[in-house]
Design a protein around this ligand. Structure first.
Ligand SMILES: Cc1cc2nc3c(=O)[nH]c(=O)nc-3n(C[C@H](O)[C@H](O)[C@H](O)COP(=O)(O)O)c2cc1C
Length: 172
């Protein structure tokens, strides 16, 4: 699948079939995560791949009851690594670069998932401290995205996008 087809066709999926994800597809997802760009190539990010239903249930609680998290066979929790980035980039690294690094990885993974026939959704509404506690994270990991991944059980209508003219100013 070419990149533009993936960019246009990917949708947020909030309903999943029970089918497991094949191990080789999980490797594709990991590859997409690590090959994203990052500030200074420090790769200031870390990912928890959660397959355990009890852990998923607790993540639902931390994510304001977003129950579809439990439906997905895989839940990826993406973190910024605030220690790794701080060593070189100090404050700007911590409040900006590591967050951007993580976002690049997650978008890569969501596009790769789509190209493999999988669905996913970025869940950003959750209590960070609770998620960090559930996964027993070290202090340098800041959880920023919960991403359930699985075979889609819905085919959502694409939500509208702003017109190019309302979001791009061309400067010649
Ligand atoms: C930073 C971020 C946080 C989001 N948080 C949530 C969330 O907590 N729950 C949810 O159902 N969707 C969440 N979404 C998904 C958006 O609602 C979705 O991307 C948007 O409506 C556009 O739909 P599309 O992804 O199908 O193009 C989030 C997306 C982003 C990028």
């Amino acid at each position: 699948m070419d990149v533009l087809t993936a960019i246009r066709g990917r949708r947020s999926i909030r309903s999943f079939k029970g089918d497991e994800i094949e191990p080789e597809k999980i490797e594709v997802l990991k590859d997409a995560l690590v090959w994203a760009p990052s500030a200074g190539n420090l790769q200031s990010r870390f990912f928890y791949f959660v397959y355990n239903d009890d852990v998923k249930r607790r993540l639902v609680g931390a994510a304001l009851g977003q129950g579809f998290i439990l439906e997905a066979p895989l839940v990826v929790v993406g973190c910024a690594d605030i220690r790794r980035i701080a060593v070189r980039y100090r404050e700007r690294g911590v409040y900006l670069y590591c967050i951007e690094d993580l976002a690049c990885s997650i978008q890569n993974m969501m596009l790769a998932a789509y190209s493999e026939g999988l669905g996913s959704v970025w869940v950003g509404a959750f209590h960070e401290n609770e998620v960090a506690g559930i996964l027993e994270m070290p202090e340098n990991h800041r959880p920023l995205a919960i991403v359930p991944v699985g075979y889609p059980d819905e085919d959502p209508v694409p939500p509208e996008r702003v017109a190019h003219k309302d979001t791009v100013k061309e400067v010649f």
